[in-house]
Design a protein around this ligand. Structure first.
Ligand code: NAD
Ligand code: UD1
Length: 339
C-alpha cells in the first residue's frame, strides 16, 4: 500500500515525501507542476536513496485521480495541492475557489468512489478569527478570512467536516500550519517561490544573496515588544514529521481531528532579521515602512494538543531555520532553475 501526496512536488510536499520515504512508506506524488518542478522529487530520491512514483495530473481530473488511486494501491492521501498566494487570490477568486475548493471536492469524489477514506489536509492558521488572545488553541473560533485564499481553506475544512459527519468511516486530519519556513538540512530542497516572494523568510534570504535590494519591514507600530509583527515560524522538517505522525494516528481510525502545527512561540520581524544576520555573518539592508493591508500584529500557536495526542513537537529552533534556509538559498540562488 502507498500514500498519495497531492501537490507533493511543492515546498511542504517534497519535504514530507522525504520523511515518508525515510520511514519506509511507499510514496506516489500527484502534481500538475503549476508551482513546482520535477527536480525537487529527483533530489528527494537522491537524498533518500529510494524511488517514488510521479503522476503528472490535476486534482480536478477526477477520472485520472480515481485511476491513480486504484492502479497505485493507495490507502491514504495527504492533500497539499492548492494555490497559496494571498494577493493573487484577491484578484483571481474564481481560480482559487476552483482549484482549492473544486479540486478538493473532485479529490474526495475520486477517493469515495474507490473506498480510500484516510485524508490529511493542509489547512492554515489563517482560518482563525482575529484575536488578541495568544496562543491560539484548536478550540479558538474560526473567522471570516480577509481573502479568498483563506476562505478556500475554511470552506475545505467545512466540506471535509460534513463529509466525515455523513460517513464516519472517513479518517480526516485538518492540520493548521502556522508559518512554514526553512529547508532540509542538506540544502538540496527548499522553498522556490515564483517571482518576488510575499513571505518574510524567502524575501530575507533573497536580499541576503543580492537578488533583492532591501527588505521592507511592514509596520513598526504594532502593539508588540519591538513594534514589528510577531509570527510562529515552524521548520518545514518539523512540519513534515507532523504529517507522518498525524497520518499514523488517523489511518483507518474513523473520525475528524484538528491539530495546530506550530512551535508555540513567536518571533518579531526584527528578531528574524537579527537571527539571519548572525547566521549569514552580514548585515541585512532593511527599511521600516507602513503596515501591509490585511496583516495582524501577532499570531502563534498553542501546540499542546499535537504534543499530547501525536507526541509531536517542533524540535528545531530559529538558528536551525536560518541556517537551513540560508544553505538552500546560497547553494541554489535560482531555486530549482539551477539544477
Ligand atoms: P507549493 O505551491 O509549493 O505546493 C503546492 C503544490 O500543489 C505545487 O507543487 C503545485 O504544483 C501543486 N498544485 C497546485 N494546484 C494543483 C492542482 N490543481 N492539481 C495538482 N497539483 C496542484 O505550496 P506549499 O507551501 O508546499 O503548500 C502546500 C499546502 O500547504 C497548500 O495547500 C498551502 O495552501 C498550505 N499551506 C501553506 C503554507 C505556507 O506558508 N507555505 C501555510 C499554510 C498552509
Ligand atoms: C501570510 C499570509 C497568510 C498565510 C501565511 C503562510 C498574508 C496577509 N497572509 O501570513 O494567509 O497563511 O503567509 O503562508 O499574506 N513581513 C515583512 N516584510 C515582508 C514580508 C513580511 O515585514 O517583505 C512581515 C509581515 O508583516 C509579518 C511577518 O513578516 O509580520 C510574516 O509575514 P509572512 O511571511 O508574509 O506571513 P504572514 O503574514 O503570517
Amino acid at each position: 500500500m502507498a500514500v498519495l501526496l497531492t501537490g507533493g512536488a511543492g515546498f511542504i510536499g517534497s519535504h514530507t515525501a522525504l520523511v515518508l520515504l525515510e520511514a519506509g512508506q511507499d510514496v506516489v506524488v500527484y502534481d500538475n507542476l503549476s508551482n513546482a518542478s520535477r527536480e525537487s522529487l529527483t533530489r528527494v530520491e537522491h537524498l533518500t536513496g529510494r524511488s517514488l512514483t510521479f503522476v503528472e495530473g490535476d486534482i480536478r481530473d477526477t477520472a485520472l485521480m480515481r485511476q491513480t488511486l486504484e492502479a497505485e494501491n493507495i490507502d491514504s492521501v495527504i492533500h497539499f495541492a492548492g494555490l497559496k498566494a494571498v494577493g493573487e487570490s484577491v484578484s483571481q477568486p474564481l481560480a482559487y475557489y476552483d482549484n482549492n475548493v473544486g479540486g478538493t471536492l473532485s479529490l474526495c469524489q475520486a477517493m469515495e468512489a474507490v473506498g480510500v477514506k484516510t485524508l490529511v489536509f493542509s489547512s492554515s492558521a489563517t482560518v482563525y478569527a482575529e484575536s488578541r488572545n495568544m496562543p491560539l488553541a484548536e478550540t479558538a473560533p474560526t473567522g471570516r478570512p480577509t481573502n479568498p485564499y483563506g476562505s478556500s481553506k475554511l470552506m475545505i475544512e467545512w466540506l471535509l467536516t460534513d463529509l466525515q459527519a455523513a460517513d464516519p468511516s472517513w479518517s480526516i486530519a485538518l492540520l493548521r500550519y502556522f508559518n512554514p519556513v526553512g529547508s532540509h538540512e542538506s540544502g538540496q530542497i527548499g522553498e522556490d517561490p515564483n517571482g518576488q516572494p510575499n513571505n518574510l523568510l524567502p524575501f530575507i534570504t533573497q536580499v541576503g544573496v543580492g537578488r533583492l535590494q532591501e527588505l521592507s519591514v511592514y509596520g513598526s507600530d504594532y502593539p508588540t515588544a519591538d513594534g514589528t509583527g510577531v509570527r510562529d515560524y515552524i521548520h518545514v522538517m518539523d512540519l513534515a514529521a507532523g504529517h507522518l505522525k498525524a497520518l499514523r494516528y488517523v489511518a483507518g481510525q474513523g473520525g475528524l481531528y484538528t491539530w495546530n502545527l506550530g512551535t508555540g512561540r513567536g518571533y518579531s520581524v526584527l528578531e528574524m532579521i537579527k537571527a539571519f544576520e548572525k547566521i549569514s555573518e552580514k548585515p541585512l539592508p532593511y527599511r521600516l515602512v507602513d503596515r501591509r493591508a490585511g496583516d495582524i500584529a501577532e499570531c502563534w500557536a498553542d501546540a499542546g494538543k499535537a504534543d499530547r495526542e501525536l507526541d509531536w513537537r517542533a524540535e528545531r529552533g530559529l538558528e536551525d531555520i536560518m541556517r537551513d534556509a540560508w544553505r538552500w538559498q546560497t547553494d541554489n540562488p535560482a531555486g530549482f532553475g539551477q539544477a
